[in-house]
Design a binder for this molecule. Structure first.
Ligand code: TF8
Length: 334
């Protein structure tokens, strides 16, 4: 009975908020950029967000979505948001670490065991505090979408042990931690924006890369990468962001509607990502990829190998922050 009252009260307050905001919502066009193609989890979630926003604003807040890095790489879009020449985007946390170093924690390998743990941390105190840190840099962090657990692909050989990475030129995301981790594992890590990756793989400028299988599927990496190794070495999130310069020109009601639509898009995207992940394995097998899974013993060896990198960056990121992260993961695990 209590929950029914709560539901009723929530419904009522939503309805009231809806009516009240109508007066304070102007017609606006919001440009939303993302790096993957339209057929990806990002593409579907971007369209969902645009629809939601139109719905909750009674058609006033219109969002135009631009996929395939048509507005630029993650880093370029970050700059455009800070400068106020683009309204919104979604991108990885890795290139954000250049602005707010604490985002580097999500590049520390072998932290999360499950999506559930990641959700708890990202939507909990640590994840939310980190979003707030973006404001001082000119960005408004709204919600986390799932990018997911990353796995390796390459054109040379199956990776059964860390030693198999020797001599493999592996594209990594653009930050120091990713670079340190993969060099320490034995690869020749090459930082590069995602928007250049397919061509780099095709022309063999690099031999491999690492990303969740949903992306390996949607970006058709299977066309140029015969080997897929399931490592789940790191879980990386995406952040939906707005330009602070632009955000500050919005009314409180407009901001509320955008936050509301963003929250719905997060739930949609995570569900879609998990469902797509299941399908992707079959797609990639059918496409002829040779797939192997690294054994738990080898994962333990890899973990040991990268421990010095983890220790080094724990100091740089702040031991307290890393402790908080591990505590929150433990809490979600139990
Ligand atoms: C990467 C990321 C990409 C994203 C996307 C292009 O490998 O995993 O998914 O940043 O926005 O760069």
């Amino acid at each position: 009975f209590k929950t029914r009252i709560l539901i009723l009260a929530t419904a009522l307050s939503c309805a009231v908020a809806g009516v009240a905001s109508a007066a304070d919502v102007k017609p606006r066009l919001i440009r939303f950029g993302y790096g993957l193609n339209e057929e990806s989890v990002q593409g579907r979630a971007a369209r969902y967000l645009a629809q939601e926003l139109e719905k909750v604003s009674g058609g006033k807040l219109k969002m135009k979505t631009f996929g395939s890095a048509n507005l630029g790489s993650d880093e370029q879009m970050q700059g455009a948001l800070v400068g106020g020449v683009q309204e919104m985007m979604v991108g990885s946390t890795a290139p954000l670490a250049g602005m707010v170093k604490e985002f580097g924690v999500f590049d520390l390998p072998f932290l999360f065991n499950s999506e559930k743990e990641a959700d708890a941390v990202l939507d909990g105190p640590l994840g939310q505090d980190m979003l707030k840190k973006l404001e001082a840099k000119g960005l408004v962090g709204l919600v986390y979408w799932e990018n997911g657990f990353r796995n390796m692909t390459n054109s040379k050989r199956p990776i059964a042990r860390a030693e198999d990475l020797q001599g493999i030129k592996l594209r990594v995301m653009q930050n120091q931690i990713a670079l340190g981790v993969f060099n320490t594992l034995g690869a020749n890590a090459v930082p590069m924006p995602f928007s250049e990756l397919f061509t780099a793989l095709e022309t063999r400028t690099v031999d491999g890369q690492e990303n969740p299988i949903t992306t390996i599927q949607s970006s058709k990496f299977y066309e140029v990468q015969p080997y897929l190794t399931i490592t789940r070495h790191v879980y990386t999130p995406w952040v939906v962001m707005a330009s602070k310069k632009w955000w500050d020109t919005l009314s409180a009601d407009e901001q509320k509607l955008i936050r509301q639509a963003a929250a719905s898009s997060r739930d949609f995207e995570r569900q879609d990502s998990r469902a797509d992940s299941q399908k992707a394995m079959t797609t990639l097998e059918k496409a002829g990829m040779k797939i192997n899974t690294v054994s738990p013993e080898e994962v333990a060896r890899m973990r040991q190998k990268v421990q010095p990198v983890v220790d080094k960056y724990t100091q740089e990121l702040g031991p307290d922050l890393v402790k908080q992260l591990n505590d929150e993961i433990q809490k979600a695990r139990n």
